[in-house]
Design a protein around this ligand. Structure first.
Ligand code: MF3
Ligand code: CO
Length: 267
Protein backbone atom coordinates (compact mmCIF):
# COMPACT_ATOMS: atom_id res chain seq x y z
CA UNK A 1 0.00 0.00 0.00
CA UNK A 2 1.32 3.41 -1.00
CA UNK A 3 0.90 6.06 1.72
CA UNK A 4 1.14 9.74 0.84
CA UNK A 5 2.01 12.20 3.57
CA UNK A 6 0.41 15.51 4.48
CA UNK A 7 2.52 18.68 4.54
CA UNK A 8 2.51 18.54 8.35
CA UNK A 9 3.75 14.94 8.23
CA UNK A 10 6.46 15.87 5.71
CA UNK A 11 7.68 18.53 8.16
CA UNK A 12 7.97 15.88 10.88
CA UNK A 13 9.75 13.51 8.50
CA UNK A 14 12.17 16.31 7.64
CA UNK A 15 13.01 16.58 11.35
CA UNK A 16 13.62 12.81 11.53
CA UNK A 17 15.79 12.80 8.39
CA UNK A 18 17.74 15.83 9.62
CA UNK A 19 18.40 14.17 12.95
CA UNK A 20 20.13 11.38 11.02
CA UNK A 21 22.08 13.96 9.00
CA UNK A 22 23.17 15.64 12.24
CA UNK A 23 24.18 12.28 13.69
CA UNK A 24 26.25 11.45 10.60
CA UNK A 25 27.84 14.90 10.94
CA UNK A 26 28.96 13.96 14.46
CA UNK A 27 30.40 10.76 12.98
CA UNK A 28 32.29 12.81 10.38
CA UNK A 29 33.88 14.82 13.20
CA UNK A 30 35.28 11.84 15.15
CA UNK A 31 36.38 9.47 12.38
CA UNK A 32 40.11 8.77 12.38
CA UNK A 33 42.36 5.73 12.33
CA UNK A 34 41.95 3.75 15.55
CA UNK A 35 38.27 4.56 16.04
CA UNK A 36 36.06 1.45 15.96
CA UNK A 37 32.61 1.07 14.48
CA UNK A 38 31.36 0.17 17.99
CA UNK A 39 32.60 3.62 19.12
CA UNK A 40 30.56 5.11 16.28
CA UNK A 41 27.50 3.06 17.26
CA UNK A 42 27.75 4.40 20.82
CA UNK A 43 28.13 7.99 19.65
CA UNK A 44 25.10 7.64 17.37
CA UNK A 45 22.82 6.11 20.01
CA UNK A 46 23.77 8.71 22.61
CA UNK A 47 23.26 11.58 20.16
CA UNK A 48 19.91 10.32 18.94
CA UNK A 49 18.60 9.67 22.46
CA UNK A 50 19.70 13.16 23.58
CA UNK A 51 17.47 14.43 20.79
CA UNK A 52 14.42 12.53 22.03
CA UNK A 53 14.46 9.92 19.29
CA UNK A 54 15.20 6.21 19.22
CA UNK A 55 17.41 4.23 16.84
CA UNK A 56 15.10 2.25 14.57
CA UNK A 57 17.40 -0.53 13.38
CA UNK A 58 17.91 -2.06 16.82
CA UNK A 59 15.92 -5.30 16.93
CA UNK A 60 14.39 -4.65 13.50
CA UNK A 61 13.80 -8.26 12.38
CA UNK A 62 16.30 -9.09 15.13
CA UNK A 63 19.09 -6.76 13.93
CA UNK A 64 21.43 -6.66 16.95
CA UNK A 65 22.92 -3.13 16.65
CA UNK A 66 21.86 0.50 16.32
CA UNK A 67 23.65 1.38 13.10
CA UNK A 68 24.95 -0.47 10.08
CA UNK A 69 28.70 0.06 9.60
CA UNK A 70 29.78 -1.42 6.29
CA UNK A 71 33.52 -1.31 5.63
CA UNK A 72 35.25 -2.00 2.29
CA UNK A 73 33.80 -5.21 0.78
CA UNK A 74 30.75 -5.06 3.06
CA UNK A 75 27.86 -3.75 1.00
CA UNK A 76 25.32 -3.08 3.76
CA UNK A 77 24.13 -4.33 7.18
CA UNK A 78 27.65 -4.63 8.63
CA UNK A 79 27.69 -5.11 12.40
CA UNK A 80 29.63 -2.52 14.36
CA UNK A 81 32.70 -4.25 15.84
CA UNK A 82 35.88 -3.59 17.81
CA UNK A 83 38.27 -3.53 14.84
CA UNK A 84 40.18 -0.25 14.57
CA UNK A 85 39.44 1.63 11.36
CA UNK A 86 42.53 2.36 9.33
CA UNK A 87 43.94 4.44 6.53
CA UNK A 88 42.47 3.27 3.23
CA UNK A 89 39.11 2.07 4.60
CA UNK A 90 35.83 3.15 3.09
CA UNK A 91 33.06 3.18 5.67
CA UNK A 92 29.32 3.37 5.05
CA UNK A 93 27.37 4.46 8.11
CA UNK A 94 23.63 3.85 7.82
CA UNK A 95 21.36 5.01 10.59
CA UNK A 96 17.63 5.01 11.20
CA UNK A 97 15.72 6.93 13.85
CA UNK A 98 12.13 7.28 14.98
CA UNK A 99 11.28 10.84 16.00
CA UNK A 100 7.70 11.64 17.07
CA UNK A 101 6.59 8.44 15.36
CA UNK A 102 8.28 9.16 12.00
CA UNK A 103 11.27 7.42 10.46
CA UNK A 104 14.46 8.93 9.12
CA UNK A 105 16.83 6.48 7.37
CA UNK A 106 19.93 7.57 5.54
CA UNK A 107 23.54 6.75 4.92
CA UNK A 108 26.89 8.19 3.85
CA UNK A 109 30.17 6.57 2.79
CA UNK A 110 33.36 8.07 4.24
CA UNK A 111 36.87 7.54 2.89
CA UNK A 112 39.66 7.34 5.44
CA UNK A 113 42.90 8.69 4.04
CA UNK A 114 44.51 7.31 0.93
CA UNK A 115 42.65 5.08 -1.49
CA UNK A 116 43.26 4.04 -5.08
CA UNK A 117 41.89 6.44 -7.72
CA UNK A 118 39.41 3.74 -8.80
CA UNK A 119 37.89 3.72 -5.30
CA UNK A 120 37.69 7.50 -5.21
CA UNK A 121 35.83 7.35 -8.52
CA UNK A 122 33.47 4.64 -7.25
CA UNK A 123 32.50 6.83 -4.29
CA UNK A 124 32.05 9.88 -6.51
CA UNK A 125 29.95 8.08 -9.10
CA UNK A 126 27.77 6.34 -6.51
CA UNK A 127 26.97 9.68 -4.86
CA UNK A 128 26.28 11.21 -8.29
CA UNK A 129 23.96 8.32 -9.13
CA UNK A 130 21.93 9.00 -5.99
CA UNK A 131 21.31 12.56 -7.18
CA UNK A 132 20.53 11.35 -10.73
CA UNK A 133 17.88 9.09 -9.19
CA UNK A 134 16.52 11.88 -7.00
CA UNK A 135 16.11 14.11 -10.09
CA UNK A 136 13.54 11.61 -11.35
CA UNK A 137 11.48 11.62 -8.12
CA UNK A 138 8.84 14.01 -9.46
CA UNK A 139 5.13 13.57 -10.00
CA UNK A 140 3.96 11.49 -12.97
CA UNK A 141 7.36 9.85 -13.28
CA UNK A 142 7.57 6.16 -12.46
CA UNK A 143 9.79 4.41 -9.95
CA UNK A 144 11.53 2.73 -12.89
CA UNK A 145 12.75 6.17 -14.00
CA UNK A 146 14.65 6.50 -10.72
CA UNK A 147 15.97 2.94 -10.99
CA UNK A 148 17.08 3.40 -14.60
CA UNK A 149 18.88 6.68 -13.84
CA UNK A 150 20.95 5.03 -11.11
CA UNK A 151 21.77 1.94 -13.15
CA UNK A 152 22.56 3.94 -16.25
CA UNK A 153 25.05 6.18 -14.46
CA UNK A 154 26.85 3.37 -12.62
CA UNK A 155 26.56 0.14 -14.62
CA UNK A 156 26.30 1.34 -18.19
CA UNK A 157 28.66 4.30 -17.94
CA UNK A 158 31.28 2.86 -15.56
CA UNK A 159 30.76 -0.91 -15.63
CA UNK A 160 30.14 -1.09 -11.89
CA UNK A 161 28.11 -3.87 -10.29
CA UNK A 162 24.62 -2.79 -9.23
CA UNK A 163 23.43 -4.92 -6.33
CA UNK A 164 20.10 -6.56 -7.15
CA UNK A 165 19.20 -8.18 -3.82
CA UNK A 166 18.67 -4.96 -1.86
CA UNK A 167 16.55 -1.96 -2.78
CA UNK A 168 15.37 1.47 -1.63
CA UNK A 169 11.89 1.85 -0.23
CA UNK A 170 9.01 4.02 0.88
CA UNK A 171 9.43 5.58 4.34
CA UNK A 172 7.00 6.93 6.90
CA UNK A 173 5.57 5.59 10.12
CA UNK A 174 7.31 2.35 9.08
CA UNK A 175 10.93 1.90 8.07
CA UNK A 176 9.96 -0.01 4.96
CA UNK A 177 6.84 1.03 3.07
CA UNK A 178 5.80 0.51 -0.53
CA UNK A 179 7.03 0.98 -3.16
CA UNK A 180 10.36 -0.78 -3.46
CA UNK A 181 12.95 1.34 -5.27
CA UNK A 182 15.46 -0.90 -7.07
CA UNK A 183 18.75 0.56 -8.28
CA UNK A 184 18.21 -1.07 -11.67
CA UNK A 185 15.25 -1.11 -14.01
CA UNK A 186 13.47 0.20 -17.06
CA UNK A 187 12.32 3.73 -17.73
CA UNK A 188 8.56 4.23 -17.78
CA UNK A 189 7.81 1.14 -15.67
CA UNK A 190 6.62 0.64 -12.12
CA UNK A 191 4.57 2.77 -9.77
CA UNK A 192 3.53 6.20 -11.06
CA UNK A 193 4.45 8.69 -8.37
CA UNK A 194 2.21 11.32 -6.85
CA UNK A 195 3.03 14.30 -4.66
CA UNK A 196 4.23 13.65 -1.09
CA UNK A 197 5.33 10.09 -1.52
CA UNK A 198 8.47 9.76 0.64
CA UNK A 199 11.23 7.46 -0.57
CA UNK A 200 14.56 6.29 0.79
CA UNK A 201 16.72 6.05 -2.33
CA UNK A 202 19.90 4.07 -1.70
CA UNK A 203 22.29 2.95 -4.44
CA UNK A 204 24.59 0.09 -3.39
CA UNK A 205 27.30 -0.06 -6.04
CA UNK A 206 30.23 -2.48 -6.35
CA UNK A 207 33.59 -1.79 -7.95
CA UNK A 208 33.56 -5.31 -9.34
CA UNK A 209 30.74 -7.77 -9.98
CA UNK A 210 27.21 -7.27 -8.73
CA UNK A 211 27.09 -10.60 -6.89
CA UNK A 212 26.85 -10.53 -3.10
CA UNK A 213 26.46 -13.05 -0.29
CA UNK A 214 25.30 -12.91 3.32
CA UNK A 215 27.77 -13.84 6.09
CA UNK A 216 27.15 -16.60 8.61
CA UNK A 217 25.96 -13.87 11.02
CA UNK A 218 22.80 -13.74 8.90
CA UNK A 219 23.08 -10.00 8.15
CA UNK A 220 26.41 -8.77 6.80
CA UNK A 221 26.17 -8.50 3.01
CA UNK A 222 29.52 -8.73 1.22
CA UNK A 223 30.67 -8.61 -2.38
CA UNK A 224 31.32 -12.06 -3.81
CA UNK A 225 34.65 -10.94 -5.32
CA UNK A 226 35.85 -9.13 -2.20
CA UNK A 227 36.09 -5.79 -4.01
CA UNK A 228 34.79 -2.62 -2.33
CA UNK A 229 31.19 -1.44 -2.37
CA UNK A 230 29.72 2.00 -1.75
CA UNK A 231 26.34 2.99 -0.29
CA UNK A 232 24.68 6.40 -0.14
CA UNK A 233 21.08 7.00 0.97
CA UNK A 234 18.82 10.06 1.08
CA UNK A 235 15.21 10.51 2.18
CA UNK A 236 13.27 12.39 -0.48
CA UNK A 237 9.75 13.64 -0.99
CA UNK A 238 8.17 13.54 -4.44
CA UNK A 239 7.11 16.99 -5.64
CA UNK A 240 5.87 18.55 -8.88
CA UNK A 241 9.03 20.02 -10.42
CA UNK A 242 11.84 18.90 -8.16
CA UNK A 243 12.08 16.36 -5.37
CA UNK A 244 12.48 17.74 -1.88
CA UNK A 245 15.49 16.13 -0.17
CA UNK A 246 14.61 15.75 3.51
CA UNK A 247 18.08 14.69 4.64
CA UNK A 248 21.14 16.89 4.05
CA UNK A 249 24.67 16.01 3.00
CA UNK A 250 25.98 19.59 3.19
CA UNK A 251 26.49 19.50 6.96
CA UNK A 252 28.11 16.07 6.78
CA UNK A 253 30.37 17.24 3.94
CA UNK A 254 31.43 20.37 5.84
CA UNK A 255 32.52 18.20 8.79
CA UNK A 256 34.17 15.75 6.41
CA UNK A 257 36.14 18.56 4.73
CA UNK A 258 37.25 19.86 8.13
CA UNK A 259 38.51 16.41 9.23
CA UNK A 260 42.11 15.87 8.10
CA UNK A 261 41.75 12.08 8.38
CA UNK A 262 38.92 11.96 5.83
CA UNK A 263 39.41 12.11 2.09
CA UNK A 264 36.90 14.32 0.32
CA UNK A 265 39.12 15.15 -2.63
CA UNK A 266 36.57 13.72 -5.10
CA UNK A 267 34.14 16.64 -4.72
N1 MF3 B 1 18.91 1.51 5.19
C1 MF3 B 1 18.67 0.11 5.40
C2 MF3 B 1 17.32 -0.22 4.88
O1 MF3 B 1 16.61 0.64 4.57
C3 MF3 B 1 18.91 -0.28 6.78
C4 MF3 B 1 18.10 -1.35 7.41
S1 MF3 B 1 19.09 -2.22 8.47
C5 MF3 B 1 18.14 -3.03 9.55
O2 MF3 B 1 16.92 -1.32 4.70
F1 MF3 B 1 18.88 -3.43 10.49
F2 MF3 B 1 17.25 -2.22 10.06
F3 MF3 B 1 17.52 -3.99 8.95
CO1 CO C 1 16.96 2.42 3.80
Amino acid sequence: MIIHKTEAEIALMKDAAMLVSKTLTEVAKILKPGVTTLDIDKLCVDFVKEHNAIPSFYNYHGYPHNICASVNDVVVHGFPNSTALKNGDIISIDMGVILKGWHGDHAYTFIMGDVAPEILQLVKVTKESLYKGIEKAVINNRVGDISFAIQDHTERKYGYGVVRELVGHGLGRSLHEDPQVPNYGKRGTGHKMKENLVLAIEPMINLGGREVFTDVDGWTVRTQDGKPSVHFEHDVCVKRNQALILSDYSIIEAAEKANPYLNSSYY
